[in-house]
Unconditional design. Structure first.
Length: 340
């Protein structure tokens, strides 16, 4: 018995040592990833194209304005394109790549509703005429997102440049990395933290839902079968449920609903007022009320004197630096939908 117990203790001791080693390696890996992300982000700078393509930013802004002036509602999908790009492989333009032998990000279910690619293509074409092979699609995405939001009276923010374009785009990675409209607060926290974004960034960036529309399928379960018993989500305001049911019938996959009813074309704080009244469209919107920090931000942003516009600018600049490629990494694509 003594030797059996001794052997057992030795085995347990070795297991504990092994677990500690694995933990240390895991921590070291996280530190290495953070250092690499930080060092890559340091490769970005304002005025990056001042010598190689001095008119790049003005060309991008002018071309973007041509589209937004005719169709202001394009601002929301263009902002969403940038967001979906940065959450998969970082801000490397991989969301723009077409499928080839493998299925690309844009063909993943969460990305099937993305639009605005024609704007990016037009901007890229205009920049290529002025400066062939100089400005990346990833930088164009970041600038177009900023410019389109500011053109509908939203905030503007600094966009340091120097991103390079990635050569890889995988459908599976989009499914694994994009935050779902069905996520609870724990899942959202983990998802944003994996990109170096904190709880305030989470609350602020979801405020982008102040503009744009959504297909009924993205929230239909909240109306008709939340717990699998034909019921509605109890966290959702009943009057709002009734209104949404008039627009979205069971199984509806085509109809569109305003994410911020009444001001979905205006970049304002109305989103937070709706969320505070349990009228957030997605489960992920409602989840903001299930964490003390994000709930406090929702309530603060819904009141007079909100700092939302300023906060959004800060978080967007931060998001635009996630896992970027710089220096000799990646490439500068000639066409945004395909690698060189």
């Amino acid at each position: 018995m003594f030797y059996k117990q001794l052997l057992k203790n030795q085995v347990q001791g070795k297991m504990e040592i092994g677990q500690r080693v694995l933990l240390c390696l895991h921590i070291q890996l996280i530190i290495v990833v953070m250092v690499l992300n930080h060092s890559n982000a340091q490769g970005l700078k304002l005025g990056f194209y001042s010598e190689t393509c001095p008119n790049a930013e003005s060309i991008i802004r002018k071309t973007t304005y041509g589209f937004i002036s005719r169709a202001p509602t394009l601002a929301a999908p263009l902002l969403r394109l940038h967001f979906h790009d940065c959450f998969v492989r970082g801000c490397d333009g991989s969301v723009l790549l077409n499928s080839t032998k493998n299925q690309a990000e844009k063909d993943a279910i969460p990305n099937l509703s993305l639009r605005g690619y024609h704007v990016i293509d037009a901007v890229k074409s205009a920049v290529e005429q002025a400066c062939p092979g100089v400005v990346s699609c990833a930088d164009i995405l970041a600038l177009v997102a900023r410019d389109s939001v500011s053109m509908i009276n939203g905030p503007s923010w600094k966009v340091p440049l120097g991103r390079r374009d990635g050569r890889v785009s995988k459908l599976s990675e989009a499914l694994a990395n994009l935050p779902s409209p069905f996520f609870n607060i724990t899942q959202l926290k983990q998802n944003f933290a994996s990109k170096g974004l904190n709880m305030k960034d989470l609350a602020v960036l979801l405020g982008g839902h102040t503009i744009g529309t959504s297909h009924c399928v993205a929230f239909g379960l909240r109306l008709y079968n939340f717990s699998g018993k034909g019921d509605a989500d109890p966290s959702m305001d009943l009057t709002y449920v009734t209104q949404l049911k008039q627009k979205c019938k069971p199984g509806d996959i085509t109809s569109l609903v305003e994410m911020d009813p009444g001001s979905f074309k205006t970049f304002d704080e109305a989103y937070y007022t709706l969320v505070s009244k349990r009228r957030g469209l997605f489960g992920s919107d409602a989840a903001l009320l299930n964490n003390a920090e994000t709930k406090a931000y929702v309530l603060q942003a819904s009141r007079h004197g909100s700092t939302f516009a300023k906060d959004f600018a800060v978080s967007m600049e931060k998001m635009g630096k996630v896992e970027v490629l710089t220096g000799n990494q990646g490439e500068i694509r000639k066409h945004c939908a395909m690698v060189n």
